[in-house]
Structures are given as C-alpha cells and as structure tokens.
Design a protein around this ligand. Structure first.
Ligand code: UDP
Length: 487
C-alpha cells in the first residue's frame, strides 16, 4: 500500500478548480473538500469564489494553505475570483431580485470562469462545480476539461429532485402521491418533502435552479455527494443504480472529524463578521455546566417572521434554561422588546457564532436548528441532539432524517396563526427543548449521535467509504488527465 507521502507525490501535479455557489452553506463544504484534496491527497487546488464574497471576507489569505505545513511540498490551496455581475456586493437576493442575480451569475460567471481557466499558470485537470451551477460544466467542456459536479445536499433530497426531473415524481404532489413509488424513497411523506416540491409557489426561482441541477449531470465525468454512504445507505444504493455517484462526506474541518489535517480547525471563510469574538462566546459557554445550554441558529439566510421570532423567544425563556442564540443583524429588530435585557442572566444573543466550536463545547446540550444540511452533519459529528424547526428548501427532509432515520432529535409540530400562516407555538418549542435536554429519550439520542459520528468518522478515515471514493475519483481523474495529455 502507498504511504500518504507517495500518494501525495502521485497527485502533486494535478490541478483542480473548485467553484461553489456563492452562499455560506455551499462555500463551507466545498472549501473543506478543497482543503482535504490539497492537504491529504496532495493536489493543487484553486478555489474560485465571487469577487464580492472575496472582498467581504475578513482575512481571505488566512485560508491559503501554507505548503510547508503539509507533508507534501507541492500541495497548495489558492483563492481566485469569478464575477457574478455584482462585484460591489450591491445585490438584491429577495425573490424579486433572484432571477436577475442568477442570470448574471451565469452570464458573467461563465465568462470570468473561462478567463480564469485560460489564464491559469498551470493547466486545469478538473472543474469541481456546485450542482447549483450546471453552466460551469458547459464552460469546462468548452475547454475539454473533465467536470465533477458537487452536490451539497443530502442524497435523499438529491434523489427526490432527480425523480422530479425525470418525471418519476409528478408535480404538484398531493397526499395521493405517497408513498412514492420509487425504491429507497417510500419512507417519506408529504410533510418531509423539500418545500420546492411540496409547495408549488414557494421560491419559484430557487425551485427552477434545483430542478436544473440535473439538466446535464449525465455529461459530468464525476458526481460527488456530500454525505456518508452508511448514513443514507438505502437512498445511495437506489440512486446509484440510475445515477452513478460517489459519497465523499462529511466535509467537516479535520479538527472535528478525523484530525488528519493539521491546522484545519475551521472552515475559514466567514461571510459574517462576528460582533462577539469567538473567545467571548466560548468563555461564556465555559462558565456553564455540562449540557446546560440550548444553542439556537437558523443558518445563514433563513428569515423568520416577527411572530415566529416572538414564539421562539418566549418558548426559550419559558424553559428557564441557558441559551446561546445566533440572530443575524438583519433579524434583530424582530426580537421582542427588551428580550435581550430581560434574559441576559440566562442567554447570550450573538450575530454569528463559531458554530463548530460551539457545538463541540460540553456546555451545549441541544441544538435548535433549521436543519440546514451542514448544521445537521456538524451536530451529528459533535454528538449534539437536535430540535428540528425546518423552514424551507431541503430542511423538512433533513428534519425527517434527523428524527426518523438517525433518531438524533425531534421535529416540532406546526400550527397556523390567524392569517393561516404556519407557526410553531412557544409551548411546542418549550416542550421539544425539554424533551431533548431532559426527556427519557435524551440520553438515547446522544448515544445514537455518538454511534453515527463514529460511522461517519470511519467513512472519512483511511480505507473508509468516503476515503475510498475520493481515491477512486482521483485515480480515474489521473487516467483521464494522462489520456488528455496524449491527444
Ligand atoms: N454557521 C456558523 N455560525 C452561525 C450559523 C451558521 O458558522 O452562527 C455555519 C454552520 O456551521 C454551517 C453554515 O454556517 O456550516 C450554514 O450551513 P447550513 O447548511 O446549516 O445552513 P444554510 O445557511 O445553508 O441555510
């Protein structure tokens, strides 16, 4: 068997370009995968994000890997930029502005990605592109470069969209569409569908984008999924029969997974500036007893209604438990008046947190989450049981995975307000938090999470399913590169 150094030398002259969709939940897993390719497998990786995201980063140079810190002298990760047509960051991402944004991302992104490829000092052997950006494959193919599509969502979600794209699941869905007559998906109900499938009108631009993911997947040379084979086995087996894929997850910084990559302590590319420093947040947690704090976060873009924020705030308050709540600056005005002052003895409200460090802190007893896929995998890896409060897109499906497939959390039950809008009442939030913090099944959920984290750890470790798949990807890429060079 090759030593790690031999393997790194083997791939040292391979150069891949990674192109994420410009959002935190896409940058994090793709950046982490890039680091792994550079550090563990010795590739040269160029990570191409948009000009506006690059400019908004606090210390972009911090994530550039220092070649001297790796056992391979050639492994390197460098940053580059493409344009989304809004280089000044003056973009309106509300639904009304989204269609224009995606149009310009595609037209300007294609143009500037092509320039980047043309001007690259080292030839590029593969473009690893986000499934939200199928046009990146068209650019790669125009240069005769192999393309690897990277799906950042759960296999279950990807499979659902695959089925919709191929007419195996007809829209609009109704109760009579269930159980879905597709192997591997029969355990899902209407409530568990991604919002773009269950609700016809929700975010039509995003919905189109998700359906578009599969428009040219059959032309991609590799299909990579950020999940763990053993954790979604039935779905992966079923989908693999119709769409060969490689599971390569979890893409969590090495400090919180296999500890194989020195210095890989966080994702490293924050789109939000922390108003409370990481030290301040962690010091606060360190003053709290083990498993006494409820951590609350709804990720990087979900926005709750003012009514829902009030119910959540009052539900948290009613538990009388300690809490750490990430409320992004754009959401702060929705907090009930004087809430922060009145709960300051128990709670800390921050605009953004070092989430992995928080989840790894022993004071944290449960995670109230919107069930974004990255947050879900992070909580699993760090053994923190969840209260799932899914809002949109893939989150309802992730909540189903958390509650029923993995049994590492509970999902809140929803009600309707006076305007027939969906709402989760404060009593329900209090009830679910208590169940996960103190209920009979709380310990069992923690144990389940610990067991599954071990499974995920083995998958990414030497000889595990994800490690084998990454090596498979690289050795096939090597063959493709050789044959291209001989033409
Ligand atoms: N995150 C963070 N600090 C916060 C909230 C979120 O660092 O206060 C990170 C989190 O660790 C995750 C990402 O932001 O990696 C959010 O991705 P996810 O898929 O969970 O949700 P999205 O933002 O895409 O809805």
């Amino acid at each position: 068997m090759e030593s790690e150094e031999d393997e790194q030398r083997n791939y040292a002259h391979h150069h891949v370009m990674v192109v994420p969709y410009p959002a935190q939940g896409h940058i994090n897993p793709m950046l982490n995968f890039s680091k792994r390719l550079a550090k563990s497998y010795g590739l040269e990786v160029t990570f191409a994000t948009t000009v506006s995201i690059y400019n908004s980063m606090n210390n972009p140079d911090d994530i550039i890997l220092d070649p001297s810190s790796s056992s391979s002298s050639s492994s390197v990760l460098q940053l580059a930029t493409i344009s989304d047509g809004f280089d000044q960051g003056d973009v309106d991402l509300a639904e009304s502005g989204l269609a224009l944004y995606h149009q310009r991302l595609e037209s300007e992104g294609s143009k500037t990605l092509a320039e980047l490829i043309r001007n690259s000092p080292h030839p590029i052997d593969c473009i690893i592109y986000d499934a939200f950006l199928p046009w990146a494959l068209d650019v790669a193919k125009a240069f005769g470069i192999p393309g690897a599509v990277f799906f950042t969502q759960a296999c279950t979600v990807n499979y659902l969209f695959y089925c919709v794209h191929h007419g195996l699941l007809k829209l609009p869905v109704s109760p009579s569409s269930f159980p879905i007559a597709v192997d591997g998906l029969q355990w899902l109900h209407l409530l568990d569908m991604p919002s773009y499938i269950s609700t016809e009108d929700s975010y039509p631009v995003y919905r189109q984008m998700l359906l578009n993911e599969f428009r040219n997947v059959h032309e991609a040379d590799f299909v990579l999924f950020n999940t763990v084979y053993e954790l979604e086995k039935e779905m992966v087996d079923s989908m693999s029969k119709v769409c060969p894929l490689l599971t390569i997850g979890p893409t969590i910084p090495s400090l919180y997974s296999d500890k194989r990559i020195k210095g890989d302590n966080d994702y490293g590319m924050n789109m939000f500036k922390l108003e409370h420093s990481s030290d301040c947040i962690i010091n606060w947690l360190n003053t709290k007893p083990p498993r006494s704090v409820v951590y609350v976060s709804f990720g990087s873009w979900i926005s709750l209604s003012t009514n829902q924020m009030e119910e959540l705030a009052l539900g948290l308050k009613a538990t009388k438990l300690n809490f750490l709540w990430t409320v992004r600056s754009s959401e702060v005005s929705k907090l009930p008046r004087k809430f922060a002052e009145e709960t300051s003895e128990k709670g800390l409200i921050v605009n953004w947190s070092p989430q992995l460090e928080v989840l790894a802190n022993e004071a944290v007893g449960c995670f109230v989450t919107h069930c974004g896929w990255n947050s879900t995998l992070e909580a699993l890896m760090l053994g923190v049981p969840m209260v799932g409060m899914p809002q949109a897109t893939d989150q309802p499906t992730d909540a189903k995975i958390i509650e029923d497939l993995w049994k590492i959390g509970v999902r809140v039950k929803v009600d309707h307000d006076d305007h027939e809008e969906i709402i989760v009442r404060r009593q329900e939030i209090e009830f679910c938090i208590r169940e996960v913090m103190e209920g009979d099944t709380a310990m069992q959920m923690r144990m389940n999470a610990k067991k599954l984290a071990d499974v995920a750890l083995q998958a990414i470790g030497d000889g595990g399913s994800s490690d084998i798949n990454i090596r498979d990807f690289l050795s096939k890429l090597q063959l493709l590169t050789k044959s291209r060079n001989h033409i």
